[in-house]
Design a protein around this ligand. Structure first.
Ligand code: JCF
Length: 684
């Protein structure tokens, strides 16, 4: 007999489980969570802890019991009590009208038929059995009569309840639905697999199938699977509604997710409208779909219509154009992007895919080329989703002809002839031309002119585009050769704005070494690194002549940054541009590093938060850095002081929790004054 206290603990456990189930229901089904994730996690850990102390009181339907710890030797077979049907297809408007016509002919009616419409997910159909509300078995569709027992794997799907919500469900309820992998989860999973050199899945459907086929549910649990229910199979000990739509709503009250896009529609014209709207939305959905499913809503009419062989007469799938097709790889070109990244581009035998004819597709990078083992002459699978750039996703190895040619990366940039550099361990190869390469020049100029670089007032992205497109500039150094007249003649410009631009350019010539270094756009040399380099080396000449080892002596400069700097100054074009800029009058005061006095705040880390009223955040940062302090973006245990302006939020709270010194704006200004910082013309 259980003791009084063990009954009380069993009660407490069940209470925690019920709370967690309710939160799950609100989160996954209603899409309206009532507590923050942290509260959910707290309850979950509390339940785990209590169960650990009382292992005899653990129940199989507890939210903690999703992942089994024993892999299966093999899947056993499950015979479906009601066969799992497949769907007939229609491929266009006429076939859709013909489907609706057949339905009405069979029902001997000219009335418009009511249908339920839903997206057709590109996943795997499964059946899930609940006995007295508890999930007891799950199976794949298999051949429709017999499938495989995947109960262990299905239990790992977080959004699927192990125990039904609410009440009124039949004592035996078999639901059917589609298991799928949302795009975001799929991409993240592939990204991680690639990082670890593991197998990559070609598409979310394959990934979902592979995940469900795992004998070890601990692996399935790592996969971001999800499920939407679309119907009911066998039921006993209870009743359902009279229409398919109402049944779906009932499933929802029991905690089973149905697709939020599910809608009622009348007549073929409304079905076509739903199809068109969904096709337009296809690529914005969080998951891949390959068409629409229409089902006659009335269950009485469904019964009257019955089946032909394996498919119901009361439903059909309206298929979208395929997003994957096979074609031949005729050759490979290399394109240089705005950041110098080199992209291998496949030249293809033209193929109709995703609604258009495609003859070019991206191969991403050379790692992808190696991974797919793709060669010129191969038959490849091309994927095109909506307006996204078509990509080669796979080689059909079975179709490889005898003479294929491997793909090699060029040694020199096809645009400017500079060396191509592919850093060890990185997927992307880049043109080292930087400022010199026409393919990269627009981005380089935009960066050069930006506020934290040369700060050329009024020279925004649009104007840079215009100047380059008009042929007025080809390199950053051309900026300082600009004349008023040709600029004034450009569209949306005039004498006055052209003169303003020339004046702003003139003003920008007086700069600082950190700004100039940052403006050069050396990869991985951001604002902070530029400052460190300037402080450590004092002159541009010193930086240019430093070895990788010497560069790394500067604070926060690691081997990657050091190699980027050496690489940059190793390109004669870059030196040429620097020379031209200085010749045009760009200047700063150079300081031998020895001349720099020890900063009063050397080694201290400051964090700025909230709004400062007497100076801008950039100014505050600049002053702190001049005094030798580091300015960090977030509060951590390494922070020494937090400067809190008005409306300071979470950073202030965190600093408080960590016991870090906090000063307000007036104390901050006093600190700057104490160290002799002058703001503008006046001392602040
Ligand atoms: O989303 C699907 N792939 C899907 C498949 C949706 C449905 O409503 C289905 C299905 C397969 C068969 N309905 C049936 C009867």
């Amino acid at each position: 007999m259980p003791s009084a206290s063990s009954t009380a603990i069993a009660q407490q456990l069940e209470n925690l489980r019920e709370q967690l189930r309710e939160h799950n229901y609100r989160y996954y089904v209603l899409d309206n969570p009532s507590v923050p994730d942290a509260e959910y996690d707290r309850l979950f850990r509390q339940l785990q802890q209590l169960e650990q102390e009382h292992p005899d009181l653990i129940t199989h339907d507890s939210p903690t019991q999703r992942v089994g710890d024993r892999p299966l030797d093999a899947f056993s077979q499950v015979t479906h009590r009601v066969p799992m049907l497949s769907l007939d297809n229609v491929f266009n408007d006429q076939e859709l009208v013909a489907f609706d016509r057949r339905v009405r002919d069979r029902l001997k009616t000219e009335d418009e038929i009511e249908y339920v419409c839903e997206p057709k997910l590109d996943g795997l159909a499964v059946s899930v059995l609940y006995e007295n509300g508890v999930l007891v078995q799950a199976a794949t569709r298999g051949d429709g009569q017999t499938g495989e027992d995947i109960t262990q794997n299905i239990r790992t799907i977080q959004s699927l309840p192990l125990k039904l919500h609410g009440a009124g469900y039949p004592s035996t309820l078999e639901v059917r639905g589609e298991v799928f992998m949302p795009r975001a989860g799929f991409e993240e999973m592939n990204r991680r697999a690639a990082e670890k050199g593991e197998k990559i899945f070609a598409n979310p459907r394959n990934a979902a199938a592979g995940s469900l086929r795992q004998l070890d549910a601990r692996i399935t649990a790592q996969r971001p699977l999800d499920m939407y229910c679309y119907g009911v199979g066998f039921i006993a000990g209870g009743e359902l509604a009279q229409t398919h739509f109402d049944n779906l709503q009932l499933l929802k009250t029991w905690g089973l997710r149905i697709n939020a896009e599910t809608k009622l529609a009348r007549g073929a014209a409304e079905l076509q409208q739903y199809h068109d709207a969904m096709l337009a939305k296809r690529n914005q959905l969080a998951y891949e779909i390959d068409g629409i499913v229409y089902k006659v809503n009335s269950l009485t009419l469904q019964k009257e219509l019955g089946f032909v062989s394996r498919a119901p007469r009361w439903a059909t799938a309206h298929k979208f154009p395929a997003q994957e097709e096979m074609t031949e790889l005729l050759g490979v070109d290399f394109q240089v992007g705005r950041t110098g990244a080199l992209t291998p581009v496949a030249r293809l035998a033209p193929v109709f895919v995703g609604g258009v004819t495609v003859s070019n597709a991206t191969l991403h990078n050379m790692d992808e080329v190696a991974r797919m083992d793709v060669r010129v002459g191969d038959t490849v699978i091309v994927h095109r989703a909506g307006d996204v750039i078509p990509k080669v996703v796979k080689v059909v190895l079975e179709k490889r002809p005898e003479h294929t040619q491997p793909i090699h990366m060029p040694a020199h940039c096809p645009v400017c002839g500079s060396d191509i550099i592919k850093p060890e361990g990185e997927a992307v190869a880049r043109c080292s031309g930087g400022l010199y390469c026409p393919a990269q020049v627009k981005e380089a100029i935009k960066h050069f002119a930006s506020r934290k670089a040369m700060d050329v007032e009024g020279l925004g992205d649009k104007l840079v585009e215009q100047l380059v497109d008009q042929g007025l500039i080809a390199h950053v150094s051309d900026l300082y050769r600009l004349q008023v007249e040709p600029v004034a003649a450009m569209e949306r410009m005039g004498q006055k704005s052209a003169q303003n631009l020339i004046d702003a350019l003139e003003a920008s010539k007086a700069t600082t070494l950190p700004r100039f270094l940052f403006a050069l756009g050396i990869r991985d040399v951001g604002e902070a690194t530029a400052l460190t380099l300037a402080q450590h080396f004092g002159t541009l000449e010193n930086i240019r002549n430093a070895s990788e080892d010497q560069l790394q002596e500067a604070p926060d400069v690691g081997p990657i940054v050091a190699s980027r700097i050496v690489e940059f100054f190793g390109q004669p074009h870059n030196l040429e541009i620097i020379r031209a800029l200085r010749e045009a009058g760009v200047h700063w005061t150079e300081q031998e590093p020895a001349a720099r006095e020890a900063g009063a705040l050397d080694g201290k880390t400051y964090v700025l938060t909230g709004t400062l009223t007497q100076l801008t955040r950039d100014e505050a940062k600049d002053y702190l850095q001049r005094l030798g302090a580091k300015v960090a973006g977030s509060v951590s245990k390494n922070t020494d002081v937090v400067v809190a302006g008005e409306k300071a939020g979470s950073k202030l709270k965190k600093a408080d929790e960590l016991g870090i010194a906090i000063i307000d704006e007036s104390a901050f200004i006093q600190l700057l004054r104490d160290h002799g910082i002058k703001h503008g013309t006046e001392e602040i």
